[in-house]
Design a protein around this ligand. Structure first.
Ligand code: UGA
Length: 440
């Protein structure tokens, strides 16, 4: 095509940085991915992705072989003559709910000290509104050479498990800039993607990211709230959601009630916006409510089971699904992290199954240190169990037929946090089945 090919460096090879770098290379830009972690860079050069993401390694290898994608720890070489530098490092949550910006600041300082030509710095990481003004000031304060440098905001909307598709076929690209130069350059960088670009101010762009994520979190908490009421009044949340979904103003997505939202984004971004509001003397009541509902939702099945059984002590408990959602090995803010310790504390013998997350879980809860065993398949976890919890709707879990619970478990008692079965089929198979928002 006639699109301009830019020399772009990407700081950070986590979810945001690596996927962006690979996709930029795929559309024709020349990319250098930068990370301080030497081991990670070596792995990347071998075409191995440090994150679990379908389709990513294929694009990594293809573009690396074509010479469009490189990896390095040498940020000086990578930054000095880059047309643009994208920042995709982490902004982890701190104890007070605020975002830790030290990784962003470290990269900003390296950029200021190394760039030798005019450069657009683009922040992809999720940062509190107003941060990019400060990043720009920070770079100007430390700038060594006499070059033009501006900071733009370009939040990321990919979801784990579908990262490549979400990037190459995004619903929209948000760019937040404060000058024509920055706006036009970002537009040109994104031109080959053929995706609608929404150009706004830098602060609006930063806000769009939080407002979008928190809206989705709210949507989930709202459905969980309604689900809990459905259960009490004898309505069925699936039927209710389906009925709602035909209204285009509501939409059919993200209406699934369950064990609460987890992951590295919704929990963090709801708390960060709440923090930002408080800092500005405002109380964000809707988002606060979403957080509160989610906190309670995560242990709702444990509490229910705890009331049904005298004790978990000495009982074999099957846990199906450890990750915060299917398609990832990520455990961050996963319901399992809250429920498994509660079970272990009460003396349960936990048999966990997860097709991707067991290795990460094992780092936290080792067999031997705790009464926990990792099963190779759902059947192994269920064999002889007195109770089963379903925390992640993996297809491997969904494939377990109702009669398998009846056949393998000592008592077929199932608490399903993802509503993967029909009530009637479980009943017909002789399983005592509890889920979310549907009368048992
Ligand atoms: C989320 C957003 O969907 C992305 O658009 C965003 O870019 C990303 O955060 C981010 O800020 O980086 P992700 O956390 O990967 O992506 O996962 P989601 O698929 O959104 O799921 C989040 C949580 O909500 C999961 O625990 C999932 O089980 C839960 N969920 C989702 C529900 O409980 N019900 C639903 O209907 C949908």
């Amino acid at each position: 095509s006639s699109s301009t090919s830019y020399k772009i460096s990407v700081a950070g090879t986590g979810y945001v940085g690596l996927v962006a770098g690979v996709c930029f290379a795929e559309v024709g830009h020349r990319i250098t991915c930068v990370d301080i972690d030497e081991q990670k860079i070596n792995i990347l050069k071998q075409g191995i992705s440090p994150i679990y993401e379908a389709g990513l390694e294929e694009l990594m290898r293809k573009n690396y072989a074509a010479g469009k994608l490189n990896y390095t720890t040498d940020y000086i070489q990578a930054y000095k003559d880059a047309d643009a530098i994208f920042i995709g490092v982490g902004t982890p949550e701190q104890h007070d709910g605020s975002a830790n910006l030290s990784y962003i600041a470290a990269v900003a300082r390296q950029i200021a000290e190394t760039i030798e030509k005019n450069c657009l710095v683009v922040v992809k990481s999720t940062v509190p509104v107003g941060t990019n003004d400060k990043v720009e000031q920070f770079i100007h304060d430390f700038l060594v050479n006499d070059v033009k440098v501006e900071v733009a905001s370009n939040p990321e909307f990919l979801a784990q498990g579908t990262a490549v598709r979400d990037t190459l076929e995004a619903a929209r690209i948000i760019i937040g800039t404060e000058s024509k130069w920055a706006e036009e350059m970002l537009m040109k960088i994104y031109e080959p993607f053929n995706i609608p670009i929404v150009s706004v101010s830098r602060r609006s762009a930063e806000m769009i990211k939080y407002a979008s994520n928190d809206f989705l979190a709210l949507k989930i908490s709202y459905m969980n709230d309604i689900a809990n009421l459905c259960e009490l009044v004898g309505a069925d949340i699936h039927e209710v959601a389906r009925g709602m979904s035909f209204d285009e103003r509501i939409g059919g997505k993200f209406l699934n009630a369950g064990i609460g939202y987890g992951g590295s984004c919704f929990p963090k971004d709801t708390k960060a916006l709440d923090y930002l509001a408080r800092q500005n003397g405002y109380e964000l009541r809707t988002v606060k409510a979403a957080i509160a509902v989610n906190n309670d939702q995560r242990t709702i099945l444990f509490k229910k089971a705890n009331q049904r059984l005298i004790t978990f002590n000495g009982l074999k408990v099957a846990v199906l699904g450890l990750t915060f959602k299917p398609g990832t090995d990520d455990l961050r803010e996963a319901p399992s992290l809250e429920n498994v310790p509660l079970l272990l504390e009460q003396g349960a013998e936990v048999y966990a199954y997860d097709p991707a997350g067991s290795d990460n879980f094992r780092k936290l809860y080792q067999e031997g240190d705790y009464y926990i065993k990792y099963a190779e398949n759902p059947e192994e976890a269920l064999d002889g169990a007195s109770v089963c919890f379903i925390f992640t709707e993996w297809s491997e879990v969904k494939a377990v037929k109702p009669e398998v619970y009846k056949r393998l478990m000592r008592t077929p008692l199932v608490y399903d946090g993802r509503n993967i079965y029909e009530i009637e089929e479980m009943k017909a198979a002789g399983v005592e089945y509890y889920s979310i928002g549907r009368a048992a």
